[in-house]
Design a protein around this ligand. Sequence first.
Ligand code: X8Z
Ligand code: ZN
Length: 651
Amino acid sequence: MSPYFITILIVFLAIGTLQAGVVRRVASPSSTSPSPASSSSNELRTDAEQKAKVLVERCEKHYQEAKAKQAHAAWAYASNITEPNLMQKVKAATEFAAVAKFVAQDLRHHDYRTFRDEDLKRRFKELTKLDYAALPENQFKELFAAVSSMESNYAKVKICSYKDKTNCHLTLDPELTEIFATSQDPEELEYYWVKWHDKAGKPSKASFQKYVELNKESAKLNGFNNGADVWLAEYDDPTFEQQVQDVITKIRPLYEQIHAYVRFKLREKYGSNVVSAKGPIPIHLLGNMWGQTWDNIVNFTTPFPEKKLLDVTEEMVKQGYTPIKMFQMGDDFFQSLNMTKLPQTFWDKSILEKPTDGRDLVCHASAWDFFATDDVRIKQCTRVNMREFFVVHHELGHIQYYLQYQHQPIEYRSGANPGFHEAVGDVLSLSVSTPKHLKRVGLLNDYEEDEQVKINQFYQSGVTKLVFLPFAYTMDKYRWSIFRGEIKPGEYNCRFWQLRNQFSGVEPPVVRTEQDFDPPAKYHVSADVEYLRYFVSYVIQFQFHKAACKLAGEYVPGDPEKTLNNCDIYQSTEAGNKLKEMLSLGGSKPWPDAMEILTGERKMNADAILEYFKPLYDWLSQENKRLGAHVGWTESDKCITSKFDFMHGRK
Ligand code: X8Z
Ligand code: ZN
């Protein structure tokens, strides 16, 4: 046994011998946050529960320390991918896993399911969740190595330039992202798409298989059938998967209209050899490596091209915007809502621009909680443009959530569910992206609105928000099926493309086979990040937006001046205070309780997003008829499972 484990053992033996004599009743009516439910349950607490409460508080302290250490090591590695940093990260993660195991084992001596104090029961339940820490140490390390290897492979990919093959230093962020956003040369786009997928996906196949195998082990040790059930348990509702499917069905007619219209416009631009009339859209033409949002192609697909587009990038550059300035504006928005100002450590320790010293790092934007007080950071290779301005708000939403729940015990320092965490900043972005707000902050001038301009705006939002939903759904539908053993290794690639085809109507630019492995070419697959959170976020953020707009007096049903699409909650303390109340719960209550505070609703519901896009649906249905654009798509023949079929040109 290593000295480290002996230390932990001693710590926990000490915890276990605590006496009931030191117990003190905590929640007094004048204390700041206990809810009526928790103070009444304090009254009900039995002697055994009093003892259990002392134990839990001790455990929290150790758990928090180990978690904070793990976060520091993970940050060091993600911001500078080196072998020594990886070793430190593995060490801290293994130590955290050991602490989590000791905590869980200790707490399981108590029959917490019989506790009368609901809050105490919840704290036990949270602290006895082990996830990967349930694995034996050697397997834990193996799993960790598999994911780290995929993540670092993804982060280190460099591609040779299409135009200058002697320059082989092109990275995803910024070069490839920029090329996908701006190039209108299908051959160049195809080149980069293939190179990226060949380098960011395929080399991770062996690690991915190891990951799948150990993920299954871990799920079983945690009492689940598979990793899909582990992920879905975060939504705390056995019908949640069905609810997600129902949303997909509900938005499908609108998606099909957008899809039909975009394919028609792409066919006009690139010709019938590149884009078919009724087939799936070749993914490399959509302005984004994964075809997840299509906002980068609005300049040549927008309904009324003669009318001005809502794009403030040029103005940002003209006014000398910097990444810092973008974050300051986000901070200002939160403060205008009576929410929390960013602490000085955020400014001192964040990485807000891509370092230029040549190191490898994970550029995919992320927000970090170091589980202390006011210790939060963002790592983002920020560029000055409108899209990144929204990402800045997205990331600051995570930070605001961390700050709002930092008073909670460690096991409650999380979102109400993973989708809540992703939605906070986007709620602000829905206001920031209105012409009203952009004018207010001096980024939009000479912008007159009429019906056609409004259709352009709806279209732009549609290709940013709505088209994302089937994409997000398939990211996890795919991994659920793998975790459940419904997709076998010999069909990993083509089943992925089959789902992308079925739900999004897209296909790869060239024929792919099982010799390729494309899913890890998306960051979250390589980094083992559950993706349903973004799907949930993109639905509930419209529920949150609607509720916040009502509170701000910016949305009045039936009033054409006060619509959801023209609402800016800036400076509304009414909206901010409710949002704050919801966020400050962290994970201390079931998520429907949190949602109810702001919205009065207890379920994820697609009505708000569909209401938001109703004018777009009406316009597109007519326009597609007028254009004779086909609605729907045929099956793709761009992925071939067996070598035999490939050689004989069969599907
Ligand atoms: O990964 C992110 C954030 C960090 S949580 C930048 N997003 C998803 C993605 O980029 O795929 C935000 C929207 C979807
Ligand atoms: Zn996020």
